[in-house]
Design a protein around this ligand. Structure first.
Ligand code: GDP
Length: 460
């Protein structure tokens, strides 16, 4: 077979540097994974249910490095039906990888499952290389013309076990990788972090912003926000750049009582939306009110990182008063339980610096990633030790999970996980909370909501 040069590949360049290995059982996906990942092959097994210790590993054998992802390893995560399993693996590859390697068996030839898979994969326009494995001797297989029928431009014959053709395969992959994979993360001028200071009137937002600026407010000229609801105040602290979105800076004139409160919630909404992190100010002497709860709800709905400030700590005289307000926050704002609570006094300036330590913590937490292998084992253990309840005789099943990579240059991105499941509706909120708890035990995500995105199985 004389495959066309990789440059002629119709699908062009990949959008991500993850390469997924897809194929029916026994074609040698695991062997190929081990070969690309540069690991010694001890046991090669493609039988469903055999646990593989890793799903993802870097391949550093060529000039460019990339991640290889063995979708066959997903079989160890759940016990699903055969075709269902293969289909799920393909879907996961489509969703998560930039390049797909469809592996077929050069010794036994084309199977109907291969054709089905090929058909399924062709529908998405992702760069794909057909890898004919187990071509141990000459660089050809007896089934060349069958494989050609699948209609893929890029075909490579390899023997994963005997390390033949792997160099060529890596070259093909490299040609499909984005030109400068590091370009996105190359030192961009760090954009200032937008922080919204929100809360109902009179909790001390203005005072807090002034305390942060140490009364240098007159030295900085506020930039009007994109709406007239807030002013953006640039602020630098220890070499870090921030923009404080100050909703207190503008007050509605001529409004009194309730309408002021309601108006303040509306103003908070657009500031929360624009912010990378929200600082929710609560008046420690008043505890949590209905308006506080509304604003907190907006933060949760917008899935924003958050720090809760208990202001006016100078007026809290006893431990008892402090614990009462902390308890009211935890009880009333239970949906915001990921937010750390910081006590300070804007008026006296006491502990105002702790706010920025808190923000730095949240930012660092957002950088923590859980590896795919670790994540899947974590979920597997969680599901086994405490199985989800039956719903209408059906049980929630997880096929595979991966943390979503997010560009975080100007934002603090909350950790988000993509879960491939049988049916997201089978997951009760309490069980979802349980899974979230398992993640939080693994990684410190204080200040950040943990987000789940679901992909249900598509039936045709
Ligand atoms: P905003 O409407 O949320 O911006 O609230 P302000 O900053 O205007 O504060 C409302 C009132 O609370 C003012 O009288 C402030 O002096 C007072 N205040 C703000 N922070 C503190 C604090 O930490 N301690 C005390 N005792 N009073 C405060």
């Amino acid at each position: 077979m004389n495959p066309p040069s990789p440059k002629s590949h119709a699908a062009g360049t990949a959008a991500s540097t993850t390469v997924a290995i897809v194929g029916r059982p026994n074609v040698g996906k695991s062997a190929l994974f081990n070969r690309l990942a540069g690991r010694r092959i001890s046991i090669v097994h493609d039988q469903p249910g055999v646990t593989r210790d890793r799903l993802c590993a870097p391949c550093v054998r060529g000039k460019k490095s990339f991640m290889v992802f063995d979708t066959g390893g997903i079989g160890s995560v759940v016990d699903a039906g055969f075709s269902e399993q293969i289909r799920a693996e393909a879907d996961i590859a489509i969703e998560t990888a930039g390049i797909i390697l469809l592996v077929v068996d050069g010794q036994t030839g084309l199977a109907s499952v291969d054709e089905e898979l090929a058909k399924h994969l062709r529908r998405v326009h992702k760069p794909l290389i057909l890898v004919v494995n187990k071509v141990d001797h000459d660089k050809h297989s007896d089934f060349e013309s069958d494989f050609a029928r699948l209609g893929f431009d890029s075909v490579v014959s390899v023997s994963a076990e005997h390390n033949r053709g792997i160099g060529e395969l890596i070259e093909r992959i490299e040609n499909l990788l984005p030109e400068t994979p590091g370009a996105v993360s190359e030192e961009p001028a760090a954009k200032p972090l937008k922080i919204a200071v929100v809360g109902r009137p009179n909790v001390g937002k203005s005072s807090l912003v002034n305390a942060i600026l140490e009364d240098r407010r007159t030295l900085v000229s506020p930039i009007p926000g994109t709406t007239r609801d807030a002013v953006d105040v640039p602020y630098e602290r220890a070499g870090e750049h921030f923009v404080l979105i100050d909703t207190a800076g503008i007050r509605p004139r001529g409004k009194r009582g309730d309408s002021v409160e309601i108006f303040s919630v509306m103003r908070a909404e657009s500031s929360i939306h624009r912010a990378a992190l929200c600082v929710l100010v609560i008046d420690g002497t008043a505890g949590v009110t209905a308006q506080d709860k509304k604003i907190a709800g907006l933060i949760r709905d917008e899935e924003k990182p958050c720090v809760v400030i208990v202001n006016k700590s100078d007026l809290l005289d006893s431990e008892r008063e402090v614990s009462a307000v902390l308890k009211s926050i935890r009880d009333e704002l239970f949906f915001l339980d990921y937010a750390p609570i910081i006590l300070l006094s804007a008026k006296t300036g006491k502990d105002v610096h702790r706010l920025f330590r808190g923000i730095r913590n949240v930012r660092e937490n957002a950088a923590v990633k859980i590896g795919t292998g670790v994540l899947n084992r974590l979920f597997q253990t969680a599901l086994e030790s405490n199985p989800p309840p039956l719903r209408q005789n059906k049980r929630f099943r997880l096929l595979y999970a991966t943390q979503i990579d997010q560009d975080s240059r100007e934002r603090i991105r909350p950790p988000a996980f993509l879960l491939f499941v049988n049916d997201p509706d089978l997951l009760p909120p309490t069980y979802r909370k349980y899974l979230e708890g398992q993640i939080r035990e693994k990684a410190s995500y204080d200040g950040l909501p943990v987000l789940f995105r679901f992909r249900g199985r598509q039936r045709d």
